[in-house]
Design a protein around this ligand. Structure first.
Ligand code: TRP
Ligand code: SF4
Length: 400
């Protein structure tokens, strides 16, 4: 059966916090059981904005991997690696840059947005302009078809699809393509060949997306095809030529808006975070000193949960009974704010306990983490090298 390949990366620019856990890592942990997953440290991407503070990146790489493992990302289920350990990404980035129109990069919305947001940094660099293309290389080199990202990254996936299409259009042509594709169809066997031809016709005449999916699945499942024939049959569905790079899709997760200690979204830049493995005393203290509804000056003043950031945390962490208790107790001044905060403190600590435990083993023996990454790098390299062989050949760079 054809299994979707999932790939995602994270920039090592700071400690991970509970916002990352609820927004990203929980999702990775779920995906690793369903799909073939590749998760990597995007250290080159971090350098595009932090080129003048490499120590920040250096400090955060291993900590971030430990955070992933602590959150439950399982190296026996998912492949974990570090981008810069696979120079193949850089080679693909370079080769793709040959066919990338400057205007496409300049039009990616994050380009101008980030330049404005990070105005204190000079981001009028070649590297920063190329950020989305480096991301395309990350994705295309593994022929990943599902990319879990947040809303803000969707334009990068769209951009990647356009790059893949352009590449296939320019380099997917070969002499005698039609004849070779027809010969490959015969190799499918008569029953499958018939299904393929019908699906192809339906797609070409009616743009039927399901037919496209069906034909692709059929090719994925066919056992006896060479790589070349496979690419021809993929490409032939749509017309053109060989499909050397495949177009990924964004895998959008329901946006989880994890509230921070002040009620705004939890984010390092708002200084309102609880880090993933923060020690228990610090967590308790942070929550105990959280602001509450300003109307509750005295213990006897009633309050309104809707005006209180603690209530937002109850919505993430508490069950119906506790929420009911908060609503009533707050509005009637039946409970005090410290009392109200205790179940949140307990739940956060409970959530973090297994994370702290899992992390401890890796902190005690750092070689464990190094080995996980070394193994992941090697596994990733196999796939990356296979793609690079095809790409080099298509671009006339085969010298052996
Ligand atoms: N740009 C992504 C972010 O800021 C990180 C990233 C780099 C990435 N390469 C990727 C995500 C490839 C998904 C796939 O979150
Ligand atoms: Fe907020 Fe709870 Fe105090 Fe009400 S009782 S103001 S919800 S902390």
């Amino acid at each position: 059966m054809f299994v979707d390949r999932v790939l995602s990366g994270m920039r090592p620019t700071g400690s991970l916090h509970l916002g990352h856990y609820h927004g990203v890592l929980k999702n990775w942990v779920r995906l690793q059981h369903e799909f073939e997953c590749y998760f990597f440290v995007a250290d080159w991407h971090a350098l595009t904005t932090h080129y003048d503070t490499p120590e920040v990146i250096e400090r955060n790489v291993w900590d971030m991997v430990i955070d992933w493992l602590a959150a439950g990302v399982d190296p026996s289920q998912a492949t974990l690696f570090i981008q810069s350990q696979l120079p193949e990404h850089a080679e693909l980035h370079l080769l793709l840059s040959m066919i990338t129109p400057l205007g496409w990069l300049e039009r990616v919305p994050t380009y101008k947005d980030q330049q404005e947001k990070l105005a204190e940094k000079d981001l009028s660099t070649y590297g920063f302009l190329g950020y989305p293309l480096l991301q395309s290389a990350d994705i295309l080199i593994y022929r990943a078809n599902q990319v879990p990202v947040g809303e803000d990254q969707v334009p990068h996936i769209e951009f990647t699809r356009e790059i893949a299409r352009r590449f296939n259009h320019i380099y997917g042509r070969e002499p005698g393509f039609e004849e070779k594709a027809e010969a490959a169809i015969k190799k499918l066997g008569s029953k499958r060949a018939k299904v393929y031809v019908e699906a192809r016709t339906r797609y070409q005449e009616q743009g039927d997306a399901e037919a496209l999916e069906a034909a692709r699945t059929l090719i994925e499942e066919a056992q006896n095809l060479s790589m070349g024939d496979r690419e021809r049959l993929f490409g032939y569905i749509e017309g053109g030529g060989k499909m050397i790079l495949s177009e990924p899709r964004a895998l959008l997760t329901a946006a989880s808006r994890m509230p921070g200690l002040d009620g705004q979204k939890m984010s390092k830049s708002y200084n309102n975070t609880i880090t993933l493995r923060e020690d228990a005393d610090s967590v308790s203290k942070k929550i105990r000193t959280m602001p509450t509804d300003p109307a509750r000056v005295r213990r006897t003043d009633p309050g309104e949960p809707e005006k209180c950031p603690v209530w937002q945390l109850h919505q993430v962490y508490s069950n119906d009974a506790t929420r009911e208790w908060v609503q009533k107790g707050c509005r009637s001044a039946g409970i005090g704010c410290l009392e109200c905060k205790q179940p949140v403190i307990d739940s956060v600590l409970e959530e973090q306990r297994p994370m702290r435990e899992r992390a401890q083993a890796y902190l005690n023996d750092p070689t464990l983490v190094r080995n996980i990454i070394a193994e992941g790098n090697e596994k990733a390299r196999e796939l990356a090298q296979e793609t690079m062989r095809d790409v080099r050949e298509a671009m006339g760079l085969r010298y052996t």
